[in-house]
Design a protein around this ligand. Structure first.
Ligand code: NAD
Length: 697
């Protein structure tokens, strides 16, 4: 038997123990052992029942991701074959679930006849999150166990249920207190004593009451709306319908067919790309995985404004004590009150316990003196976006911070090297570019300066993970990866207005395509004053900076977006739903006539191409300049920080799936159109398109 699965017999009960760390992935090293164990137990007359058990931490997390896209994935036996043998086994079989049973792990447990679990266990079928459906009988067995409605809920959201819920649903038969093996063995013996045999789920009927046709029609509507018509959730609905209406084996065939078609489809490829892209971000070619990191036991944050408050929350949420430092008492009090109110709102919604809020708040110390940062292992500066102010603070930090402390800046546009240079320790200086609201947004750009030490980079990346961010390395440039690209996206959104679109037309096209919100609504959310301030700087710094000034006209009126109740839309505060505003139409149309701009009808397809290809083209420059380490890092920036639709895999993955020659051809066409001079196809895009290659090779 393979080492990944061991076999033993305990007083008439065969125990197959899964041992394939870290999550008991059902890889090619584990599957044969399970199969052998079931066969051996079936053939041994001394064995009266079988138990499949993992560790207290993991029954099984499903397919072994390390084998994805490798031939090992298809080595026999498959999970199907194992479950067929489970079904044919004449002796009762129990899954003893510690930790979690997810995906294929839960399907294996559903192949068993009974299930017991530890109180903290989680059970779920999350395949939908990778654009797939449970392909080893899960869509047919789960509805037979818990009913059609509940199974749909679990499979279309992919969210697991607790052991307690599973018990109520009948998905587990008993919750074991104390030692899992002992409890499961005692459950097995009870079965043997009471002569209870196998209870095959395939022989059960799906629990459902009511008008099935109406129920499934309604489900299709709701699920389609929630998923913006992505295929996987709708295919799951079809499989559950088959579970109800068809014999088991026919339902299984249907599941198989639909699984295969999802596997070959673009959405699942994109979601799987995202899954791997996220795991790639921490790999830095010249910084080995085993680089020694510096301990981060405490932090200081300078500035208790919008970002400083959110950064502080991110740190204390992960148990890292923070000293937050402001210039003036009033600003400090305001910042602390905002933090408190944010937590209180989460408590009110029932998403945080009061004692957890109190514990987090107790980790925050506040001060009006920069000196109080001196003992922190990392200090993160989040003051006004001005070079002189930041350099002044870094000079002072250099004087007070203990040796070896990391000095980080949250600047969004300034040169991290110029900030580092005012200190005597540029090797300890790094950028940590959080996104607003910093306690919510998952993206963190970690900006590597010219002199940043490798262990400082490794430590900051590790800290990013500890505070549950997707940390992506960026080189130094104006706007780093994300904002440098978004400037081109915003530029096109305004040119589209110039040429005849309304804000709602641009936003609706982007939203329909899958963006979390359109570019103009996004501007309103971020604050139109911020972009305006940056543009004013650009007009001075870059004589050839081309941008429609229609956005300036809006901002000049004090229409800063959601915070002022007016921007590209109107807002009936506190509601943040954008309401189209005839006033804005007038401003845009005045701007067009002042500048003699001819308008035309623009299709949604053109809107989307101009917005998304603007991102892609700038990303190609960023990749070529080495600002991003790899194309998939750029994808992660957009997926984690800019509301890019996961099922399109990020801008680079999307470009690859459209085909680079096609993207290039469109860009060349845009060069002939309105403000065509801003479209200069990136040399890397031209090269790869010519060579028939992809960004994500
Ligand atoms: P903010 O104006 O809300 O907060 C800045 C705070 O810094 C103010 O409370 C101010 O009193 C304080 N401050 C100024 N000088 C100080 C000093 N010498 N010592 C201590 N405190 C001082 O600004 P913000 O939006 O939080 O932005 C902070 C930084 O984060 C900027 O560099 C900005 O570019 C960057 N950033 C902002 C966003 C965003 O969406 N707001 C996103 C990413 C990065």
């Amino acid at each position: 038997m393979s080492e990944a699965a061991s076999y033993s017999v305990h007083d008439g009960v065969a125990v197959i123990t899964l041992n394939n760390p870290p999550v008991n992935g059902l890889g090619s090293v584990l599957r044969p052992g399970i199969m052998d164990g079931i066969r051996k137990a079936g053939a041994d007359p001394q064995v009266k029942a079988l138990l499949i058990i993992g560790s207290a931490k993991a029954f099984s997390g499903g397919a072994d991701i390390r084998e994805f896209n490798t031939p090992k994935m298809n080595l026999p036996p498959s999970l199907h074959e194992i479950i067929d043998v489970q079904d044919a086994c004449p002796k009762p079989m129990i899954a003893a679930i510690g930790g979690f049973a997810l995906g294929g792990g839960l399907e294996l447990a559903l192949g068993c006849h009974y299930r017991v679990a530890l109180p903290k266990s989680q059970l779920g079928l999350p395949e939908v999150k990778l654009g797939l459906l449970p392909g080893a009988g899960g869509t047919q067995r789960l509805p037979r166990m818990v009913g059609a409605a509940q199974a749909l809920q679990m499979m279309t959201t992919g969210n697991p249920v607790s052991a307690e819920t599973a018990l109520t649903l009948g998905l587990v038969d008993e919750i074991v207190q104390g030692d899992l093996l002992a409890g499961a063995l005692s459950f097995a013996r009870k079965l043997v004593t009471s002569a209870k045999g196998p209870r095959r789920i395939r022989d059960m009927t799906v629990k459902f009451e009511g008008d099935a046709a109406a129920f499934f029609a309604q489900q299709r509507l709701e699920v389609g709306k929630a998923s913006r018509s992505q295929p996987a959730p709708l295919e799951i609905v079809a499989c559950v319908e088959a579970a109800l209406n068809k014999p088991f084996d026919e339902g299984r065939q249907e599941e198989r067919r639909r699984f295969q078609s999802l596997l070959a489809g673009g959405e699942s490829k994109a979601l799987r790309h995202m899954f791997f892209a996220e795991r790639q971000t921490s790999k830095i070619p010249d910084v080995p995985d085993d680089t020694a990191t510096r301990p981060i036991r405490s932090a200081a944050v300078i500035g208790a404004g919008t970002m400083g408050g959110g950064i502080t929350m991110s740190l204390v949420n992960a148990g890292i004590p923070v000293t937050i430092i402001e210039m003036q008492q009033e600003a400090l009090a305001r910042g602390l009150a905002t933090i408190r109110n944010n937590y209180a709102a989460t408590v009110a919604k029932g998403r945080l316990r009061q004692e957890d809020m109190d514990q987090r708040i107790s980790l925050i110390k506040s001060s009006l003196h920069l000196d109080d940062a001196k003992d922190a292992d990392i200090v993160i500066e989040a003051v006004f976006e001005r070079m002189d102010v930041k350099q002044d603070i870094f000079r002072k930090l250099d004087a007070v911070m203990k040796p070896g402390a990391i000095l980080a800046t949250n600047t969004s546009t300034l040169d991290v090297n110029a900030i580092a240079e005012v200190t005597k320790r540029p090797q300890d200086v790094i950028g940590t570019h959080f996104f607003s609201p910093a306690n919510v947004m998952r993206l963190l750009e970690v900006v590597r300066g010219a002199k940043t030490a490798k262990d400082v980079l490794a430590t900051t990346m590790k800290l990013g993970k500890a505070i549950k961010k997707v940390a992506v390395v960026s080189g130094v440039c104006d706007g780093f990866i994300g904002n440098r690209m978004v400037e081109k996206y915003g530029q096109q959104s305004l040119f589209l207005l110039d040429e005849g679109c309304s804000p709602q037309q641009v936003d609706a096209a982007a939203y329909q395509w899958g963006m979390a919100m359109g570019p103009l609504a996004m501007g309103d959310m971020a604050g139109l004053d911020i972009g305006w301030a940056i543009r004013k700087r650009r007009y001075l710094e870059r004589p050839n900076f081309v941008y429609s000034k229609v956005g300036d006209r809006i901002a000049e009126l004090g229409r800063f977006g959601q915070k002022t109740g007016q921007g590209w839309y109107r807002y009936a505060l506190p509601n943040r739903t954008p309401i189209p505003d005839p006033e804005v139409e007038k401003i845009i149309s005045q701007y067009r006539s002042d500048n003699n701009i001819k308008t035309r009808q623009i299709s949604d397809q053109e809107i989307v191409e101009r917005l998304i290809y603007a991102l892609i083209n700038e990303a190609a420059y960023i990749l070529e300049e080495g600002i991003a380490l790899r194309a998939s890092d750029i994808d992660m920036v957009y997926l984690a920080g800019y509301g890019f639709p996961p099922y399109r895999g990020g801008p680079m993955f999307y470009a690859d799936s459209v085909g680079l020659p096609k993207v290039l051809a469109s860009i060349e066409k845009f060069q002939q159109g309105y403000m065509g001079e801003v479209w200069k196809p990136a040399p890397l895009l031209i090269k790869l398109a010519k060579e028939g290659r992809r960004f994500n090779d």
